[in-house]
Design a protein around this ligand. Structure first.
Ligand code: ASP
Length: 340
């Protein structure tokens, strides 16, 4: 028999947190404590929904790692009392938050599903209500042993369930706004909601670990032809950044311009860490495949393989925030399904 689940619904802000006032037509923040009245369909699910909110809900463009820490603390506080979590989030930085949570809460035994919407709840044709209701249903899904079917951070959007640290926002105007080209879907909401047990994370062998700390001194640049690297010397400065993610061309290639070489070589000599990810959304970094990929390899760049940029940045924030000696080996190890 399927038992009623308790799901903590955490509101962080964003479009999904807005509601059209039926009389004035104006968009107003949802009165989150009255979510059951505002979205009465929730009561038809076999779920006890417990609403809580970030201390200051925000447009997700204003998200800061301190908000991720607040989220982790909320989840830690309720972890043993509920069956799963749904996080309502603006779409703009949702993939960063999902990636960060996956590193900050490891060996998850319960689902954490992030969702948002392109149109506010209550607006005609809104995707908000559907996304919210399906995310709640997914968080409630149990196997025959009455254990959660999903035990990881995931993103649900427009019928699709993605691994949280594999997803990126790809559209500003389509309902189908997220994709994870380097990882299969974890599930799909059609007539039935199916969870793919083969591609989702197995039950963790160890206890859940919470890491409410992050390093902020992580840099990121995207290469482009003709870039004048010396102008970015403050990025490649160990006093500002312990590590810099370089979104390189293709499989990890860069310009051989002597000024580029000089700037990044100096950074490495002074103790900075270079991390290579690809500008391509699908496929992986293959160090040294081309002569143009030799430079980063020779400088000992850490291989971001097929990490999304969101996952690379947040993994480094986690690594430098929690390990006394962050190493290439630990960075390149897959910790929670973030890379192959
Ligand atoms: N700017 C909004 C946000 O990310 C957009 C959205 O929610 O879709 O909070």
């Amino acid at each position: 028999m399927v038992m009623k689940s308790n799901i903590l619904l955490i509101y962080t802000g964003g479009t999904i947190g807005m509601m059209e006032n039926p009389s004035s037509g104006e968009l107003e923040p949802l009165k989150f404590e009255y979510i059951h009245e505002q979205i009465p369909e929730i009561q038809r699910l076999d779920i006890a929904v417990i609403p809580v909110s970030l201390s200051q809900p925000l447009d997700s463009s204003q998200m800061h790692p301190s908000h991720w820490i607040e989220l982790v603390e909320i989840i830690r506080f309720h972890y043993t009392r509920v069956d799963g979590f749904v996080v309502l989030h603006g779409t703009d930085t949702l993939a960063f938050t999902a990636s960060a949570l996956s590193f900050m809460i490891q060996n998850l035994q319960k689902p954490i599903i992030l969702t948002g919407s392109q149109l506010p709840v209550g607006v005609l044709r809104s995707d908000g209500k559907e996304n919210l209701l399906a995310a709640l249903e997914i968080a409630h899904k149990k196997n025959h042993k009455n254990q959660p079917q999903l035990r990881e951070v995931a993103v649900f959007f427009q019928s699709k369930l993605f691994r949280g640290n594999r997803v990126s926002k790809i559209s500003t105007n389509q309902f189908d706004a997220f994709a994870s080209p380097n990882h299969p879907l974890l599930g799909f909401a059609g007539v039935e909601i199916e969870i793919d047990q083969v591609h989702s994370l197995p039950f963790p062998p160890k206890k859940t670990v919470f890491y409410p700390r992050l390093a902020l001194n992580i840099g990121l640049i995207k290469l482009y032809p003709g870039m004048h690297l010396p102008s970015y010397s403050s990025v490649f400065n160990v006093l500002n950044h312990s590590a810099v993610v370089i979104e390189a061309f293709g499989s990890g290639n860069t310009s051989n311009d002597p000024s580029f070489r000089a700037v990044i070589s100096k950074y490495v000599r002074e103790g900075g860490v270079l991390v290579t990810v690809s500008q391509c959304t699908s496929g992986s970094v293959i160090p040294g495949k081309y002569a143009a990929g030799q430079l980063l390899m020779q400088l000992g760049a850490w291989n971001g393989k097929n990490l999304t940029t969101e996952a690379a940045v947040t993994k480094l924030m986690w690594l430098f925030g929690n390990q006394s000696k962050p190493t290439k080996a630990l960075f390149e190890k897959t910790l929670c399904g973030e890379s192959d």
